[in-house]
Write a new protein. Structure first.
Length: 172
């Protein structure tokens, strides 16, 4: 993959866009963070909440997974420090592709992970890249680097990337 990052947002604008993001949208997942991290895995009801947050249309597919499978799969995903393996493992679940797998990692993994989202990709100038494991690894490296350079946490960076696109990206 030959992705070159061309951010449309600057470090100076980061906090402004992150603050404009509707933080109440995050409340259902924020309420789960401590218990999921303490347990080390998600339960079926928790995965349903995460699915509704990311993409409500996947609810029927997520419901096909047993609670036991969800717990086992997410326990492995949340305990590995391999960037590729961490996002690959959750995709064993029905209804979980790269965007949802990255959302699981973003909210509940002890390491900082971004959410793979078309809005955030657009803000970073990566909208033409095919969503793949190679893009994922590059995206994680780039967002971690930005978070460090801009002295911010991954949640703040994710909010700002999403919000910038929501305000500036035009369709077509």
């Amino acid at each position: 993959m030959t992705a070159m990052i061309k951010p449309r947002i600057t470090a100076a604008d980061l906090q402004n866009y992150a603050l404009q993001y509707d933080h109440s949208f995050d409340a259902p997942l924020t309420a789960l963070v401590e218990s999921v991290k303490a347990r080390g895995c998600l339960t079926k009801p928790e995965l349903a909440i995460l699915g509704d947050w990311k993409s409500p249309r996947i609810r029927p597919k997520l419901a096909q997974n047993s609670n036991e499978l969800i717990q086992e799969v997410t326990r492995h995903a949340l305990s590995t420090h391999s960037v590729r393996l961490a996002v690959h493992i959750p995709q064993l679940l029905y209804g979980v592709g790269l965007p949802v797998a990255s959302t699981i990692l973003h909210w509940f993994h002890p390491d900082p992970f971004p959410i793979l989202d078309v809005r955030a990709l657009w803000t970073l100038g990566l909208q033409d890249e095919v969503q793949s494991l190679d893009l994922w690894e590059t995206y994680v490296r780039l967002t971690r680097q930005l978070a460090e350079e801009w002295n911010t946490d991954m949640r703040t960076l994710d909010r700002a990337l999403w919000q910038y696109s929501a305000e500036h990206q035009t369709s077509g």
